[in-house]
Write a protein that binds this ligand. Structure first.
Ligand code: F6P
Length: 510
């Protein structure tokens, strides 16, 4: 049943009215068990939800909403490989990419075998590149999921990256990006990875062709050695003259593809074993999502909290604050994950929704954000829930730095909640501002895998309750079509039939 037609939805609306006076400080004073009840440890992640505008009664109602909307059945359908991405008639099986070899029987045994038969040569290739001292620069050319996942992971795991090799990520069609990267490279020392699920994306195809042209203009001949394609469309790569290819399948969404051949830059950077650890950490989270009781199932609790905030407390955005500079691309990664998945205005039957879906996600690493936009988070007129991500153990020996970093992240969560009284007004902090705190013991391939899988599943949960298809992305198509038309007009100068503003802009840039 659609969420807004359930009894739980109505009950949650009543509860939200009662929540108008909710105060975190009072909630903590009234319930000494609050931290225990609202925090939990799951594989690789400790999560403290206690500084959120939620309580046991609200969580119980949200769980009721999950039951009434069939969340568990929907989750199980995904893990059975059913075509839950109905608008594209596809299964949704990025989780299969991290499933241990031989661990499934029935219909999924064959695709799982294929996954491992593909993973093995990919990791062998990664090891070969790692051992190849002549290759000093690896350039990943891809955009969206074919960029954000591997880029985020290579940065996050910088302490595990093989010395002596540099990793570059070119995504934008803006030639400034490719030209700047190429400036510092030598053809004989460079490996280009052309990452595109479809191998049709205009930005990636344009960058790939220019990279090929540059390689040949520099005297490069051996395309098979210096170019590899990571794609489901091996035929299109071959047409471009790229014969070294690593494939994956249409049941892996672009924003869920870092676990597939799209993860090759990560495997080259951290090695085959490191990549397997990344997959294993994510798999632990898959198992938690599949088997933990719903009340103690972290992706379920987070996803339901997201629904509560979006639809009942009317918080329209969430700020991601990773207090670890290596996690600096995590906000951008999560932006695509959540906003491309759940930025939908119709339900699974194509009917317009009368309620909100994806919040706006944004953020920067701490402590930098504190000296930029945290003013608004503390004293602005809108309440923006924060999600802090911190790592207990550093990998450097600058003890004081790490103590200060952790002191800041804890203090920010505290300040947002406690506030400060001042009758002068300007120095008054109302407090009662909600935040979630995710803590990793260490930042390793396994803990990163678990953290990212946690986020994937919480997005599944809110999307499932909203009754939308979280696995298509038709909203990006119109701009692509229009850009093709405008490109032709930039070349020809033809402005006929265009609206006045577009025509004037086109004239101006010609
Ligand atoms: O345009 C959106 C999108 O399709 C994303 O979903 C995807 O991650 C990105 O473009 C790149 O697509 P591809 O990997 O096919 O080049």
């Amino acid at each position: 049943m659609r969420c807004d037609q359930t009894a739980a939805w109505q009950s949650l609306h009543h509860r939200a009215e009662a929540f108008a006076g909710f105060d975190l400080r009072t909630a903590f004073a009234a319930d000494v068990q609050r931290v225990d009840g609202l925090s939990q440890t799951v594989p690789h992640v400790f999560a403290d939800l206690s500084k959120n505008h939620v309580d046991a009664g609200t969580e119980a109602l949200l769980q009721e909403l999950a039951r009434q909307t069939g969340l568990a059945a929907h989750r199980d359908a995904m893990f059975r490989g059913e075509h839950i991405n109905a608008t594209e008639d596809r299964a949704v099986m990025h989780w299969l990419l991290r499933q241990p070899e031989g661990s499934l029987s029935g219909d999924l045994a064959a695709p799982l075998k294929l996954v491992h038969d593909t993973l093995r040569p990919m990791l062998a290739y990664a090891e070969q590149v790692r051992a190849d001292a002549q290759i000093t620069d690896v350039v990943n050319i891809g955009i969206g999921g074919s960029d954000l996942g591997p880029q985020m992971a290579v940065l996050a795991l910088q302490d595990f990256v093989i010395p002596g090799k540099r990793f570059h990520f070119v995504s934008n069609v803006d030639g400034h990006e490719l030209a700047t990267v190429l400036q510092g490279l030598k053809a004989e020392n460079t490996l280009f990875l052309i990452a595109s699920k479809t191998f049709t994306t205009i930005e990636t195809m344009t960058n790939a062709r220019s990279a090929l042209g540059w390689f040949q203009s520099q005297g490069g001949r051996d395309v098979a050695r210096h170019f590899a394609a990571l794609t489901t469309n091996v035929a299109a790569a071959a047409e471009m003259g790229i014969t070294t290819t690593f494939g994956f399948w249409d049941w892996v969404g672009g924003r869920y593809s870092v676990w597939s051949a799209i993860g090759l830059p990560v495997a080259i950077a951290i090695g085959g074993q490191g990549f397997k650890d990344l997959l294993a950490g994510a798999h632990e989270m898959d198992q938690h999502f599949q088997t933990a009781p719903m009340e103690r199932n972290l992706p379920v609790r987070l996803g339901l909290l997201d629904v509560w905030y979006r639809n009942f407390l009317n918080f329209t955005s969430r700020s991601i604050a990773p207090y670890h500079s290596a996690l600096r691309r995590v906000p951008a990664y999560l932006q695509q994950l959540e906003m491309e998945s759940n930025g939908k205005r119709v339900d699974r039957n194509g009917l317009a929704l009368p309620y909100g879906t994806s919040p706006v996600l944004w953020g920067e690493p701490g402590t930098n954000g504190q000296h930029a936009y945290f003013q608004m988070l503390h004293q602005g007129t809108d309440v923006v829930p924060l999600e802090f991500i911190a790592v207990k153990k550093p990998t450097h020996s600058l003890k004081e730095h790490h103590e200060l970093l952790l002191a800041n992240v804890i203090a920010q969560a505290q300040a947002l909640m406690l506030g400060q009284f001042d009758d002068g007004g300007h120095k008054h902090f109302s407090g009662n501002r909600p935040s979630t705190f995710l803590l990793l013991d260490e930042l390793t391939p396994a803990s990163l895998g678990a953290l990212i899988a946690l986020q994937e599943h919480r997005v599944f949960v809110s999307g499932s309750v909203w009754g939308i298809n979280s696995f298509d992305q038709w909203g990006v198509e119109l701009g692509k079509v229009l850009a093709k038309d405008i490109h032709a007009r930039i070349v020809s100068g033809d402005t006929s039939g265009l609206d006045a503003s577009t025509a004037a802009l086109l004239q101006r840039i010609r």
